[in-house]
Design a protein around this ligand. Sequence first.
Ligand code: CDM
Ligand code: ATP
Length: 314
Amino acid sequence: MRSYTLIAPAKINLYLEILGMRPDGFHELAMIMQSIELADCIEINANGTDNIRLHCNHPEVPLDRTNIAYRAAKLMAEQFPECFAKFGGIDIEIDKRIPVAAGLAGGSTNAAAVLIGLDLMWNLGLTQSELQELAALLGSDVPFCIAGGTAIATGRGEILSPLPDLDNLYLVLAKYRSLGVSTAWAYTTYREKFADTYACDTSTIQERSTKLNSGALVSAIAHKDSKKIGKSLYNDLEKVVLPAHPQVEQLRQAFQNQDILGTMMSGSGPSVFALVESLTQAQQIKNQVETTINNPDLDLWITRFRPTGITVEN
Ligand SMILES: C[C@](O)(CO)[C@H](O)COP(=O)(O)OP(=O)(O)OC[C@H]1O[C@@H](n2ccc(N)nc2=O)[C@H](O)[C@@H]1O
Ligand SMILES: Nc1ncnc2c1ncn2[C@@H]1O[C@H](COP(=O)(O)OP(=O)(O)OP(=O)(O)O)[C@@H](O)[C@H]1O
């Protein structure tokens, strides 16, 4: 049986507004998500056993049942038991290039790739919306990773409306290697910090969803107005991650002092990105920030917006 190799891109959040707490314990969000070219490579092979087996070249990625790529394969085996019985177990090989626990949906995109890969391997012919429904059972960012490109994400992140593709922008991405931020910690801390203004009732949340500040960014994306995109970046989670991690604040400042379109923390952090219009500019900014901060623990990448999500290589 043939093997499948999938390119699974990371995402950044151009906009993340927290509207309140939902009855299911998740936060109601208004986000604008963007795929980027920085990607993991996922290979899926039938292994002739009854087992799902994982391999990964990154020491911080768990190789047991807690790995979200494993959970994706398990979910498919449960949903389509006749296929699992017919085609047998699978090996999942993750070539990890996306930094771990960085706010870049590294695990989520691996899970999305496994759903897409098994859909192909087992000839299921699932629609994008069927794949997204399964994805939502695994995590809030996984449905976006199935779709990719540029999209508005609402609900807990699983309700998606595509926006015009953006492929014209470059970014410099920065993260301290030894620093990871737990997404659960970021949301819980936000809830505690803003308890007094926090909406928990559906009508207040609904009212807030009619007064979003994301309109300027949506219109900037529609017009491919890079300067306005840079000025409209927003992330509520910065309000808790930046004070708790001065290094992330320092990175934000270092980018802010450069000639860039805009800078923001991605998702729950701690990675920070700066948007620029050309590869040459990205190289200059990367060199300047590397020299200014001068810390061997700092990793920097140059990448660009990606108009598509997961792609199949073979
Ligand atoms: C920060 C973002 O990455 C922005 O895109 C996402 O909102 C998080 O997406 P994710 O990592 O796929 O999130 P999940 O795996 O579903 O949940 C991780 C943790 O974040 C909290 N969480 C997540 C999404 C959401 N809308 N509200 C939440 O409170 C969950 O309660 C959980 O404790
Ligand atoms: N396939 C995977 N790749 C990376 N981490 C994984 C994977 N499966 C489970 N994990 C665990 O999940 C944790 C979060 O890792 P991940 O890279 O997905 O975070 P993230 O990019 O911040 O996610 P998000 O942006 O969706 O909130 C890690 O600390 C790791 O232990």
